[in-house]
Design a protein around this ligand. Structure first.
Ligand SMILES: NC(=O)c1ccc[n+]([C@@H]2O[C@H](COP(=O)([O-])OP(=O)(O)OC[C@H]3O[C@@H](n4cnc5c(N)ncnc54)[C@H](O)[C@@H]3O)[C@@H](O)[C@H]2O)c1
Length: 328
């Protein structure tokens, strides 16, 4: 049984990972300042409400719950458009605060560090599906703020007894099948919950950004991976590192591209409501197509997505929205 510090464990993906870590028989403490997360997502696990960039507060957590074997680091600022408006805030939270967390984790002898990273580090990839060997050329401060910390982590661990995994998720989506956890950011920033908000009148209309991309239906294509499949991947990565497995960078996706229009169609079908929509210009910083080659993680860990069909993603997100936002 491992003892794990989970930063951002009150957030969307981190809370699902917390449940998977506990279900696998490990113990966990969550650090989250609740800027977007929810205390109730943490359940009975201890929650330290503090900023991961606050070294004094973090040291207190390490002193009060010794020792931690591993860290799962989810805490971050996550909106691409916001990052273009406020780049320094993104470097402060995703890079500088992460650096402080890493330093503190090393001080206290942590052996394994798993970082939530993102397909945004690839920018506009020249080849699809995107492998981990593709050049990292982020086109927004969010992707860059993550990439800089990826490099810091690998460089730092090279001289230390620290195993690490960088997990680059593609589009995290869906919700816990019991509808107890889900994406609670309001208004929704990602397409699946935004489409469902429009379906049930929680937003006036859905903005469809760009219909002239060089894709089969003209809208952006993305790779949607269910949050439960991501959670399972974190348990595998952590356990492998603690057993002495190699460090590395891994994509997490399904390898299947789904267009924005296909997501909207599925949201209408599953919610049985029509979605008021307006077609607007492309959004700066949105690549036409992003699809993962996740073969490396699959082969190494025997993992494959089992909950990531478009219907299961939309259905679990819909159930969560109905329960969480009081939709009848
Ligand atoms: N949602 C996606 O599609 C997606 C895709 C790729 C990568 N990611 C990465 O996954 C991770 C989790 O994202 P999410 O979608 O669950 O977002 P989220 O906003 O739901 O979760 C982030 C959590 O971290 C907390 N937090 C943020 N900054 C903090 C700080 N300085 N100190 C303490 N707590 C802090 C927030 O309160 C929140 O609970 C992030 O690192 C994000 O970059 C997400």
């Amino acid at each position: 049984m491992a003892h794990v510090l989970i930063t951002g464990g009150a957030g969307y993906i981190g809370s699902h990972a917390l449940q998977s870590i506990l279900a696998a028989g490990h113990r966990a403490v969550v650090v989250d300042d609740l800027r977007t997360g929810r205390a109730e997502f943490v359940g009975d696990a201890p929650l330290a409400r503090c900023d991961v960039g606050d070294t004094a507060a973090l040291r207190k957590v390490f002193e009060e719950h010794p020792p931690f074997d591993g860290v799962l680091h989810f805490a971050a600022s996550t909106s691409v458009p916001e990052s273009t408006r406020e780049p320094l805030a993104y470097y402060e939270n995703n890079t500088v605060a992460s650096l402080r967390l890493l330093g503190t984790a090393l001080e206290y002898g942590v052996r394994a560090f798993v970082l939530s990273s993102t397909a945004a580090v690839y920018g506009n990839p020249a080849q699809l599906p995107v492998t981990e060997e593709a050049p990292c050329l982020p086109i927004n401060p969010y992707g860059n703020s993550k990439l800089v910390f990826e490099t810091m982590l690998a460089d730092t661990a090279a001289n230390r007894e620290l195993g690490w995994c960088v997990l680059r998720y593609f589009n995290a989506s869906g919700a816990d099948p019991d509808a107890a956890l889900g994406d609670c950011r309001q208004p929704a920033s990602h397409l699946v919950p935004a489409a469902l908000e429009a379906a049930c009148g929680l937003r006036e209309q859905l903005e469809l950004y760009g219909t002239d991309y060089p894709t089969p239906d003209g809208t952006c294509v993305r790779d949607y991976i269910h949050v439960t499949d991501l959670a399972t991947a974190h348990v595998l990565a952590l356990e492998s590192l603690l057993a002495g497995g190699d460090s590395g960078v891994f994509n997490l996706g399904t390898g299947c591209g789904v267009s924005n229009r296909a997501v909207i169609d599925a949201a209408e079908r599953i919610s049985r409501r029509s979605i008021p929509m307006i077609e607007v210009d492309r959004r700066p910083g949105d690549p036409a197509e992003l699809v993962a080659d996740a073969t490396r993680f699959g082969k190494r860990f025997g993992w494959s997505p089992v909950h990531s069909s478009l219907d299961e993603i939309v259905e679990t997100a819909w159930n969560w929205m109905r329960r969480n936002r009081g939709v009848s």
